[in-house]
Design a protein around this ligand. Structure first.
Ligand SMILES: *[C@@H]1O[C@H](CO)[C@@H](O)[C@H](O)[C@H]1NC(C)=O
Ligand SMILES: *[C@@H]1O[C@H](CO)[C@@H](O)[C@H](O)[C@H]1NC(C)=O
Ligand SMILES: *[C@@H]1O[C@H](CO)[C@@H](O)[C@H](O)[C@H]1NC(C)=O
Ligand SMILES: *[C@@H]1O[C@H](CO)[C@@H](O)[C@H](O)[C@H]1NC(C)=O
Ligand SMILES: *[C@@H]1O[C@H](CO)[C@@H](O)[C@H](O)[C@H]1NC(C)=O
Ligand SMILES: *[C@@H]1O[C@H](CO)[C@@H](O)[C@H](O)[C@H]1NC(C)=O
Ligand SMILES: *[C@@H]1O[C@H](CO)[C@@H](O)[C@H](O)[C@H]1NC(C)=O
Length: 413
């Protein structure tokens, strides 16, 4: 590396790592000097809290605010691309658009691979670390041997892809590893906006903006239509989970936001913090009392066999024989989000439910304001004995895997 490029590296490090405001000013100057803008294609982050993209003329910097890592993305047709290679704890460089990439799909609840499909980037996907994914078209490409399964521990092999995306910032990080952490955001649209993060690695800003705009417009329309539905009282909703003998309420911010956006009301904050030991009669009594005030339950209990999990399973865990004192049972409002799955550890709600939150919002609207006229995507109603109906099958892929997937737009007036 020549000393002038080393100097440039130092300067860049200074700007990127030490002082973002200076960096932004620097970028703005670069922008002003270049009449056509940096590359022409830019994504502006509107909703997400935990990532930023800065544009230079021949490079961009994607900063992941969850784990503090920055990715310097250098355009492949520039001198900088041949000269520059960084790999430190905080900054790595990649030449873009990525020539190829692999994804770590083996962590539960999984990597939201649907973001890549929406971008139309499946063609350059070369490897996954597990076939426990819920994308029909990626599974089809896998079965046609365009994609291979590489053992997660085979770092030698993984190091040869231009980039390897991981959904977990722990663990060993090679120079080509890039983290993708949409699930850390606190609101559904913030999570969906991470399509722009991936788009930057593929020079697919235009597509990323287009998908996000469509998803957001549909989400907002559904949210407004929920706000317009007046009922005397909003449905009180509880996200509930049973694990190792303990019942608890879930308070993930994005789940609570989904509920309020769909026109429901979350069970009170002071109640959510408690846990209930099912072997302790007093705690169980208290839980039963609280649940008798709840209108809608979303049961998130992990099931080794989701197809066998029904209302009886839920009631057994709750140690209740007859559910007649619970209005969420008499009014038939006991739901699970495992309707679309491939196997117990790959449930599509954790994948396309992140990239297309409008679909889950529409499901919740049907739960809170039933029309009986809408087929839910993810939710099945245990109280109506609805089954896991959509077993993901590669044969259902209805497009060429090189074609981008279009987001599904729910009818909304
Ligand atoms: C991956 O490799 C590790 C160590 O080499 C081995 O223990 C493990 O069984 C392999 N996993 C699979 C799914 O083959
Ligand atoms: C992926 O791209 C790299 C260059 O970044 C290349 O060396 C490697 O052979 C490619 N791998 C596959 C499987 O195409
Ligand atoms: C800009 O976007 C267009 C349309 O998506 C794409 O074809 C082109 O490669 C992009 N160019 C750069 C430099 O990002
Ligand atoms: C909600 O109500 C407002 C005011 O009545 C109306 O302007 C708007 O179009 C409605 N939105 C939807 C999505 O129904
Ligand atoms: C639940 O209560 C039972 C009986 O009191 C006790 O044996 C068990 O350890 C408790 N479980 C937890 C996780 O606290
Ligand atoms: C629930 O499933 C169990 C076994 O899988 C079955 O015995 C039971 O009849 C089912 N209950 C209902 C209400 O369908
Ligand atoms: C059900 O949906 C159809 C088609 O979207 C519509 O024509 C009909 O009015 C709806 N019925 C109710 C009860 O909402």
């Amino acid at each position: 590396m020549s000393s002038s490029s080393t100097l440039r590296v130092r300067l860049l490090f200074f700007f990127v790592c030490c002082c973002y405001s200076v960096f932004v000013v620097f970028i703005k100057r670069v922008d002003a000097a270049a009449p056509k803008g940096p590359t022409g294609n830019v994504s502006r982050v509107e909703d997400a809290e935990y990532f930023h993209i800065y544009y230079g003329q021949t490079f961009k910097v994607v900063k992941n605010g969850v784990d503090g890592k920055s990715y310097l993305l250098i355009q492949d047709n520039t001198k900088m691309a041949t000269r520059t290679k960084y790999c430190t704890g905080r900054i790595k460089s990649f030449v873009v658009p990525l020539f190829n990439y692999s994804i770590d799909t083996s962590d539960f609840p999984g990597f939201a691979v649907s973001f890549f499909e929406l971008l139309g980037m499946v063609e350059s996907l070369k490897a996954i670390t597990s076939d426990s994914i819920t994308s029909e078209c990626i599974l089809k490409a896998y079965s046609e041997r365009n994609i291979e399964v590489v053992n997660k521990t085979d770092t030698e092999k993984l190091s040869h892809f231009t980039a390897h995306f991981v959904s977990n910032s722990d663990g060993q990080q090679l120079c080509n590893f890039a983290t993708f952490l949409p699930s850390e955001e606190d609101a559904p649209l913030q999570r969906a906006e991470w399509i722009k993060y991936l788009g930057a690695f593929m020079n697919q800003e235009v597509r990323a903006n287009q998908v996000f705009d469509a998803v957001k417009a549909n989400y907002m329309c559904l949210m407004n239509s929920a706000a317009n539905r007046t009922t005397s009282f909003k449905s009180v909703v509880a996200w509930l989970q049973y694990k190792e003998g303990i019942w608890s309420f879930n308070e993930d911010a994005y789940k609570l936001k989904f509920v309020t956006d769909a026109g429901g009301e979350n069970i009170d904050n002071t109640i959510r913090k408690n846990t209930y030991n099912a072997s302790n009669p007093e705690e169980l009594d208290e839980l039963h009392a609280i649940l008798s005030t709840v209108d809608v339950v979303i049961d998130e209990t992990y099931a080794g066999d989701p197809q066998a999990y029904n209302q009886s399973t839920f009631l057994d865990n709750l140690k209740v024989e007859d559910g007649s004192c619970f209005s969420f049972l008499t009014d038939q409002n006991l739901w699970r989000y495992d309707k679309r799955m491939r196997n117990p550890s790959s449930i599509d709600w954790f994948d396309s439910g992140v990239s297309q939150p409008q679909l889950f919002l529409a499901d919740l609207l049907e739960a809170f304001f039933p029309t009986g006229n809408y087929t839910t995507t993810y939710l099945r109603n245990l109280a109506k004995d609805e089954q896991v109906t959509s077993i993901i099958d590669p044969q259902k892929c209805n497009r060429e895997s090189s074609q981008p997937m279009e987001p599904i737009i729910i009818s909304c007036q």
